[in-house]
Design a protein. Structure first.
Length: 379
């Protein structure tokens, strides 16, 4: 005769299930995309906002940056070989600071030049990637040539594919261990739900669980050291967080791979991993970002910085178009004609349709509209 599960234990199982499902949610800031490895092969694209990852353990997740918010910071130092604009926290504005001899430091997600905050990355990996680029440009005798080389490397799809393969190999043992850990937890849950008398075997459950859990944490530390050899501080924080989160250990592989492609542009990663509509979506976003950037609120008040940003985007635009040449860039940046003839114009950034009496797109900071050819001929 079996023994039913006490209601308190059943509620605990339900609560743990809800907590794990919460672990499967992620959020992307504007300009970011995520590429998730499917359980049975292939890759799935996630775009701006909240997204839900597969609850199955063992898959990789790459969060990719398209330089949307970084464009102004990148332009600031790429265009000024003898000075750098350092931004204070909380939007206090920009100021010039001499930097020829200034030390570049990375503190968690902050890049500091001479002690002043230059850039706050979305992640520590993003901050380290920018610091490496900044150091390269500062050492270069010809900053413009070095910047071109850096952009070419960031858009190199073959290099992005090689890096993704390298991360996949390093994360394989972590994926196997996390899958075994998830299976162990599932086995315990099923046995206890079928017959609560299995609780008497708790020493076996505890010993097996500690062995598998410790293996996940140890393998994660080794893989992180291999993938991010220059991130000792971040590695300690992540390992401690993983050791304190048994359910989070199920998702150890995607934690490990999340920022591994920070040195590469999202377009390069998409060309290496995606195909079809998903690839078109990333390529379209990359083209629109350099061809039709949104008008930022600070631009009217910071004309010099706005000019630097425009110069940087103009410098990057030919490289982006060249990288998307096989996808027909002109096709990607023009939306389908609207069925309603009253819609005479469209926003070249968000593709919203407008009537003739609307001059600009307020959602994109007042960006000027483009008119449909048919509307121009009618006029």
């Amino acid at each position: 005769m079996t023994q039913s599960v006490p209601h308190e234990v059943l509620l605990l199982f339900i609560a743990l299930g809800v907590v794990y499902l919460a672990e499967c949610f992620g959020r992307l800031r504007p300009g970011q995309v995520a590429v998730e490895q499917r359980a049975f092969g292939g890759w799935k694209l996630h775009t701006d906002g909240w997204f839900f990852r597969s609850p199955l353990p063992g898959g990789l997740l790459f969060v990719l940056d398209g330089w949307r918010l970084g464009a102004s910071e990148l332009a600031a130092y790429a265009e000024t070989p003898h000075a750098v604009r350092a931004r204070k926290p909380s939007g206090w504005g920009w100021r010039r600071a001499p930097w020829d001899k200034q030390e570049i430091l990375v503190r968690h997600d902050e890049v500091r030049v001479g002690g002043a905050l230059f850039f706050r990355g979305e992640t520590p990996a993003r901050a380290r990637a920018l610091a490496r680029a900044l150091a390269r440009l500062r050492r270069a005798g010809n900053p413009a040539r070095e910047r071109s080389k850096w952009i070419a490397e960031a858009l190199d799809a073959e290099a992005a594919k090689g890096r993704a393969d390298e991360v996949g190999k390093a994360a394989t043992p972590v994926g196997v261990a996390s899958a075994l850990w998830a299976g162990w937890l599932l086995l315990i849950t099923v046995l206890l739900l079928r017959d609560f008398r299995w609780i008497q075997a708790w020493p076996l459950f505890l010993i097996g669980g500690l062995a598998l859990y410790s293996a996940v944490v140890l393998l994660y530390w080794r893989a992180h050291r291999r993938i991010h050899p220059d991130a000792a501080s971040d590695r300690r924080q992540q390992v401690i967080a993983l050791a304190l989160s048994p359910l989070g250990a199920i998702r150890a592989p995607d934690r490990l791979s999340r920022d591994a492609l920070a040195d590469h542009h999202a377009l390069a990663c998409a060309l290496a991993l995606l195909k079809g509509p998903a690839l078109d979506a990333v390529a379209r976003a990359a083209l629109i970002e350099v061809l039709h950037p949104a008008i930022e609120p600070w631009q009217p008040h910071k004309p010099e910085l706005a000019a630097d940003r425009a110069d940087f985007l103009a410098f990057v635009a030919p490289s982006i178009r060249a990288a998307t040449s096989e996808l027909d860039p002109d096709r990607l940046v023009i939306p389908d004609p609207p069925p309603n003839p009253e819609q005479r114009a469209y926003c070249p950034r968000c593709f919203a349709d407008y009537r003739a009496d609307v001059p600009q797109c307020d959602d994109c900071g007042g960006l000027a509209l483009s008119r449909w050819p048919s509307a121009s001929q009618a006029d």
